[in-house]
Write a protein that binds this ligand. Structure first.
Ligand SMILES: *Cc1c(COP(=O)(O)O)cnc(C)c1O
Length: 333
């Protein structure tokens, strides 16, 4: 694969670390657990959207845009990072926020919501779940066009084929690092939300014939529609890269058992996972994505899903600023 064909901005210096988690591995008496620290990616407070934005913002600049418009939930890490990328590039940024949980938006909320204002969003428009958000983004773009400005629309989570290239590059990074470390991976675990992370990693691993099992933990959707989404997006990415192999449905693994009552709503297993990572490894997860994904990893491990000498890599996709909006759920500390 020749990723350098695609224009890219650089927001991170070098690779993010792969670290062994000795205390957590021992506590869970499980396989060897490693973590890919994509929470340490560049832009304000890091996280997986930074990799996607490297390709998306390069495209926006190539098209002569002066503004970015994107969409996300009320505590969206993606909105925070799109805004940070816009600030860094001297662009304006407008956000369309979706109340996936009714009445969940509060102007004064902490976490990412506070950072939207601190980073200087030009406009924040909030809509109930079920609104046609693409149409709302387009309306904002049309308003800017009337003022002679030019907006570039970024889909939710930055998850289209161009954004997905960010996680193809992450797969290549992981293969290069593990080769360097002499570390043979058996399993990689990631969150599966808007799907760019899961799809990009899958396409990158299959495109390199890596033969590493990739497991996605859903943070919102049921497995069946999530698998269909990953199938479609990973093949779009594969086509963009002119890969000779198709990505097949049987290559896609999604577990939907860790969503709980719904997207972004806390679960006991999320709280356990966030607490274990913090107190055994000093690593901050987030309540919406990586906490639930780690809960999936821990549950699969306890159910005997992995072999004792397996090497398992957990992809930390970031999100810790959202923790500060969930403090009230951590009552037993
Ligand atoms: C967006 C997000 C995810 C999910 O990634 P997708 O590419 O949308 O599937 C996982 N973790 C964090 C912290 C996120 O912000």
């Amino acid at each position: 694969m020749h990723l350098a064909r695609f224009p890219r901005r650089r927001y991170t210096h070098g690779f993010t670390p792969i670290e062994f988690m000795p205390q957590l591995s021992e506590y869970l008496a499980g396989p060897n657990l490693y973590i890919k620290r994509d929470d340490l990616l560049g832009l304000a407070a890091g996280g997986n959207k930074t990799r996607k934005l490297e390709f998306l913002v390069a495209d926006a600049l190539a098209q002569g845009a002066d503004s970015l418009i994107t969409v996300g939930a009320v505590q969206s890490n993606h909105c925070r990072l799109t805004l940070a990328a816009a600030v860094k590039e001297g662009l304006k940024c407008q956000l369309v926020l979706e109340e996936r949980v009714p009445n969940s938006y509060s102007k004064d909320a902490s976490g990412n919501n506070f950072l939207f204002r601190l980073l200087g969003a030009e406009k924040i428009a909030v809509f109930p779940s079920g609104t046609n958000l693409q149409a709302e983004m387009q309306k904002l773009a049309d308003e800017l066009a009337e003022q002679g400005r030019k907006a570039y629309l970024i889909p939710g989570g930055g998850s289209n084929k161009l954004g997905g290239l960010g996680y193809v590059s992450c797969a290549e990074e992981i293969l290069e690092q593990t080769f360097d470390l002499g570390l043979k991976l058996d399993n990689i675990i990631c969150s599966s939300g808007s799907g760019g992370t899961h799809s990009g990693l899958l396409t990158g691993l299959i495109g390199n014939n890596a033969n590493i099992t990739l497991t996605g933990i859903s943070t919102r959707a049921k497995s069946e529609p999530q698998i269909a989404k990953i199938h479609k997006l990973s093949n779009e990415i594969a086509n963009l890269l002119e890969l000779s192999t198709d990505i097949k449905e049987k290559d896609i693994i999604v577990y939907d058992d860790y969503v709980g009552d719904g997207y972004s709503l806390p679960t006991d297993s999320m709280i356990e996972a966030v607490t274990l990572f913090a107190q055994l490894e000093g690593i901050l997860l987030d309540p919406v994505y990586t906490g639930k994904t780690a809960a999936g990893l821990i549950d699969l491990l306890r159910k005997g899903h992995f072999k004792k000498d397996d090497n398992v890599l957990f992809v930390h996709t970031g999100g810790s600023p959202a923790l500060f909006a969930y403090q009230d759920y951590f009552t037993d500390l």
